[in-house]
Design a protein around this ligand. Structure first.
Ligand SMILES: Nc1ncnc2c1ncn2[C@@H]1O[C@H](COP(=O)(O)OP(=O)(O)O)[C@@H](O)[C@H]1O
Ligand SMILES: O=C(CO)[C@@H](O)[C@@H](O)COP(=O)(O)O
Length: 551
């Protein structure tokens, strides 16, 4: 393609903590501007209850951050460049659903529910619906239903039906007011194209297939099944969807109202949204055989494969296989760890407890900000041996293999001589061992993994973690250059929806980023890790047993 004129698209990535808007040149993938905005209510810890695994986000946080991030990005562009923006696409975390009224408005935007966490978006990592996930799994098993065959065999408390059922069972006031539900990625799209009516809005194939048990053979689960879980859940089905759309589909155009609010040209194409990790994989130029790992607070592991290669195989123990969830025409697979960087953040919090009575000030902040860097500096100097401390990374439950949010983390091999950097090193190794479990599980299930690409915050800011990962996996790990890979993937889909490219594979060809660095495994360390990995698996077995004692 010859650059005849300047043309831009905008990818908008809603992460766990912030919204990022990335403006990209459609002809060469140049990332010309970026804006970031942290969710203000979330930052204050509002509507969350960490001890009970409750994580909620207010829809106003999303709207305000979107406006702020887009305006920040646009401030670097000249007027004629802004006028050359021709497409937009969203990616968000998922499953992050909200209950809505008949106009598709999240209930928290209704003055009656403005402060009710159950009327807000229920963030992917909220585990308040563990009981409901169990109910869903039990009923599917009892009725011998097929709903989980493309979902890895277990329904998770991180997914939409568990979360909606939980609110219906525990908060009748919000439950009674609910007409339907939306995923975050679909609501953002619906909002800016002026189509949030639950029955009519465009629903993402990616979110529906991986999180809502949607499959083209049966659409969503039946009304009978849903009603058995809760009458209101069944009553919602007619207000949901039967069709889903891949992100190369244009969901509509930017309305005058939102063009005005966002400072973007009216009428530009808006693509169907998807889950962040899946769009990140596209931004990392995923192809069959390349495992893209999005490594941040948690991890998502994404693969794609040709339908012919998969045929009618159902892959067990992962977070689903969905036709077109990543690249239209290919089957997308998702797996992951429910906590990764969050485990390091937890350890930092544990150590920082001793500072709680110290008044806030420059010195305290400096210690807190430098804590992970200092721990890393000392941990890096420790050589692992077969006598090292071994930890288990299930501090937020286990996503893959075989989702179970009831399992817990563990640390073994502590002595009076164990010090903080040694424990930190064990936690880093634990996250790497958890990753190895996923890679081995995917391979055992017949999925091809020829190479590993990494994106996400940790791949950029934690070389020690990345080197440990390479040593444990005994595979090179290539770090993708873009700082905003998820938003870049969304921008690629925006370019397709705007008619610049016929499909996303061609968009990747012109807009793709390259590899900025590679971590190669060290043979000597890998041998030690082989031994420690066996201990990790033993610890995992013990933890499963302890869980069954508590159950
Ligand atoms: N120096 C560091 N070493 C290891 N982990 C770090 C370091 N700095 C930050 N982290 C971890 O990175 C995670 C944030 O990753 P990031 O990709 O930026 O966020 P998100 O997953 O929300 O997109 C946090 O969980 C934090 O504990
Ligand atoms: O859980 C999923 C996808 O299934 C993600 O949306 C979730 O891991 C998001 O994590 P981030 O904090 O954006 O890295």
């Amino acid at each position: 393609m010859i650059e005849s004129d300047k043309k831009y698209v905008i990818g908008i990535d809603f992460g766990t903590d912030s919204c990022r808007a990335l403006i990209v040149n459609v002809y060469n993938g140049d990332e010309v501007a970026v804006g970031v905005s942290f969710y203000s209510r979330w930052k204050e810890g509002l509507y969350c209850d960490v001890r009970n695994n409750q994580y909620r986000q207010h829809p106003l946080d999303y709207i305000e951050s979107m406006e702020e991030a887009i305006h920040a990005a646009l401030s670097d562009l000249a007027g004629e460049e802004i006028a050359s923006i021709c497409g937009l696409c969203f990616d968000t975390t998922g499953s992050t659903p909200a209950l809505v009224d008949c106009d598709g408005i999240p209930l928290a935007l209704n003055p009656a529910f403005v402060e009710d966490p159950d009327a807000m978006f229920i963030l992917w990592k909220d585990h308040t619906a563990v009981h409901e996930a169990k109910q869903i799994n039990t009923l599917i098993k009892e009725r011998h239903l097929d709903y989980l065959i493309y979902e890895g065999g277990t329904y998770s408390s991180e997914w939409v039906w568990s979360k909606v059922l939980h609110v219906l069972q525990t908060n009748p006031k919000v439950g009674d007011a609910a007409y339907s539900w939306v995923e975050h990625c679909d609501w953002m799209t619906g909002l800016v194209v002026g189509n949030t009516v639950p029955e009519k809005m465009y629903r993402s194939r990616c979110a529906a297939g991986h999180k809502a048990m949607w499959h083209e053979q049966w659409s969503l689960p039946s009304e009978k099944f849903l009603s058995e879980l809760h009458p209101k859940l069944g009553a919602m089905l007619p207000h949901l969807y039967t069709k889903t759309y891949t992100s190369d589909t244009k969901a509509g155009v930017l309305t005058a109202e939102w063009a005005d609010k966002l400072g973007l040209p009216e009428g530009i194409a808006v693509a169907v949204g998807a889950i962040d990790a899946h769009m990140g994989a596209v931004g990392a130029s995923i192809t069959p055989g390349v495992l893209v790992r999005i490594i941040g607070t948690s991890t998502c592991d994404i693969l794609v494969a040709d339908k012919k290669e998969i045929e009618d195989r159902c892959i067990e123990g992962i977070c689903g296989q969905v036709d077109g969830s990543v690249i239209p025409g290919l089957v997308g697979f998702e797996a992951g760890q429910s906590a990764f960087g969050d485990i390091y953040a937890w350890f930092k919090e544990v150590l920082a407890w001793g500072l709680k009575s110290v008044p806030d000030g420059e010195m305290k902040q400096k210690i807190l900000d430098g804590m992970l860097v200092e721990l890393t500096r000392e941990a890096e100097a420790i050589e692992p041996t077969h006598r090292s401390i071994v930890a288990l990374d299930w501090l937020n439950g286990r996503r893959t293999p075989d989702a179970d949010q009831n399992v817990t983390g563990a640390i073994a091999g502590l002595t009076l001589g164990s010090h903080a950097p040694e424990i930190f090193r064990a936690l880093v190794e634990a996250t790497a061992f958890g990753s190895r479990c996923i890679v081995e599980h995917m391979k055992e299930q017949g999925l091809r993994i020829d190479s590993v690409h990494a994106i996400g915050g940790i791949s950029k800011k934690a070389p020690f973690v990345m080197q440990t990962l390479a040593d444990v996996l005994n595979m090179p790990i290539r770090v993708v250059r873009s700082e905003q890979t998820c938003a870049l993937g969304a921008a690629m889909f925006a370019a397709v929806a705007a008619g610049i490219y016929p499909d996303v594979s061609e968009a990747i060809q012109y807009m793709g980023t390259d590899i900025e660095s590679e971590y190669r495994p060290e043979e000597k360390r890998h041998i030690v890790y082989e031994n420690l990995y066996k201990k990790y698996l033993e610890l995992a077995k013990l933890s499963e047993n302890i869980k069954s004692i508590h159950d």
